[in-house]
Design a protein around this ligand. Structure first.
Ligand code: FES
Length: 111
């Protein structure tokens, strides 16, 4: 099993979950109750699955495709280590991956 850690952007602690290899990070986050909409279900057409990867873990991820980079350009609150959770498949090398939800996510809902 691969451990994934979600940090609360407002300092409310860390939630650690485990998932098997091959599962999409978007599903892991949603199963953990993280506020990720993933509206387009992985079609790279929404950017509501935007997560911020801990800088020390970023290099462990396979590089983003050009399409993903383009969507991230449109994502609110995107930073250098932003990724789309629907594009990341868990592998053993990602064990311990730490992520944060962009704080703009909650504001985006319902607007
Ligand atoms: S779910 Fe829409 S871009 Fe990831």
């Amino acid at each position: 099993m691969i451990r994934v850690r979600f940090e609360d952007a407002r300092g409310g602690g860390v939630q650690e979950v485990q998932a098997p290899p091959g599962v999409r990070l978007l599903e892991v986050a949603q199963n953990a109750g993280q506020p990720l909409e993933g509206t387009c279900e992985g079609q790279m057409a929404c950017s509501t699955c935007h997560v911020i990867v801990a800088p020390e873990d970023f290099e462990r991820l396979p590089p983003a495709s050009e399409e993903e980079e383009d969507m991230l350009d449109l994502a609110i609150g995107a930073v250098r280590t932003s990724r789309l959770a629907c594009q990341i498949l868990l592998t053993d090398t990602l064990d311990g991956l730490t992520l944060r939800m962009p704080s703009a996510h909650r504001d985006m809902q319902g607007r």
